[in-house]
Ligand binder design. Structure first.
Ligand code: 9D3
Length: 256
């Protein structure tokens, strides 16, 4: 069974960005992941197909009306039930949500499906959120124009966690954040580029040395660039090897 993802959005074509390209495109083509969009405009009952209105209490901007969204959600839920899923969670992408992290991605990727609700304008009528939404997620503390890009970020992250989407089953586990450290540097041909050389150790063929160098680079870069991740990772202390490698990194960093 593919992961079933139903998205409620005023701009369904935006999702071609993930269904048509790259790893996420392949996952859709290979039926590992299924994305269906529902446009709330198709669930309006008035001649102008209005989906938004002025905010009660006044002020600038528009608010998405509850009714078209609710009917779209019901259609999505009905489709997923017909395909055997019990009660698919409705997730609203919103600036008020909990910040997305890798742990949440892993948790969501273990579900059989999701319904994603994308807002536009100032947001959606609070009564729909209270009655229909199970979880609110933000992708970070900056302002987007709507929930679509956030939904695509989430979908991209989820697809990477589904077994069989990355070709190499090891790839997802080797990603940064799965081990709590930043990645080590990467090099490819040529050996010399505009006077800069590939670190000799990577050409040595000594895989024990290469593994140690990469671990050292990961530790050092995390210590330098992401002290927050570093503290989190080593709250319970480091192994002796990690300690030695980091000390060595700090020494060579000082004398640069
Ligand atoms: C005036 C206050 N703004 C709320 C913080 C208004 C507002 C800003 C942006 C209302 C809606 C939006 C649209 N953003 C999203 O739908 C959104 C979002 C985001 O803006 N940042 C990070 N994650 C997300 S998830 C959905």
């Amino acid at each position: 069974m593919p992961f079933l993802c139903d998205v409620i959005t005023l701009f369904p074509e935006m999702f071609n960005a993930i269904t048509q390209y790259g790893i996420t495109g392949k996952a859709c083509k290979n039926a590992i992941f299924q994305l269906i969009t529902w446009n709330p405009r198709d669930f309006t009952h008035n001649n102008h197909r209005t989906i938004d209105d002025n905010p009660y209490g006044g002020g600038p901007g528009m608010v998405m009306m509850a009714q078209p969204l609710e009917e779209a959600i019901i259609q999505a839920q009905t489709r997923q039930i017909k395909l055997g899923l019990k009660n698919t969670k409705v997730l609203y992408l919103s600036p008020q949500g909990k910040r997305l992290d890798h742990e949440t991605v892993k948790m969501l990727s273990n579900l059989p499906g999701l319904i994603l609700l994308c807002g536009r304008y100032k947001g959606i009528d609070e009564r729909l959120i209270i009655n229909q939404v199970d979880m609110e997620l933000s992708i970070g503390d900056y302002v987007l124009s709507g929930g679509e890009l956030a939904a695509m970020v989430l979908i991209d992250c989820i697809i990477r966690q589904i077994p069989g989407t990355l070709g190499d089953p090891e790839s997802a586990n080797q990603d940064s954040f799965t081990n709590g450290l930043l990645d080590h540097p990467h090099y490819t041909r040529p050996e010399q580029y505009k006077g800069d050389y590939v670190p000799e150790i990577l050409i040595s063929g000594n895989h024990a040395h290469i593994r140690r160098w990469r671990l050292q680079q990961s530790l050092g870069r995390t210590w330098l660039k992401r002290p927050d991740l570093f503290e989190l990772k080593f709250a319970q202390g480091m192994t002796r090897e990690e300690e030695i490698l980091l000390e060595e990194f700090k020494e060579s960093y000082k004398s640069r």
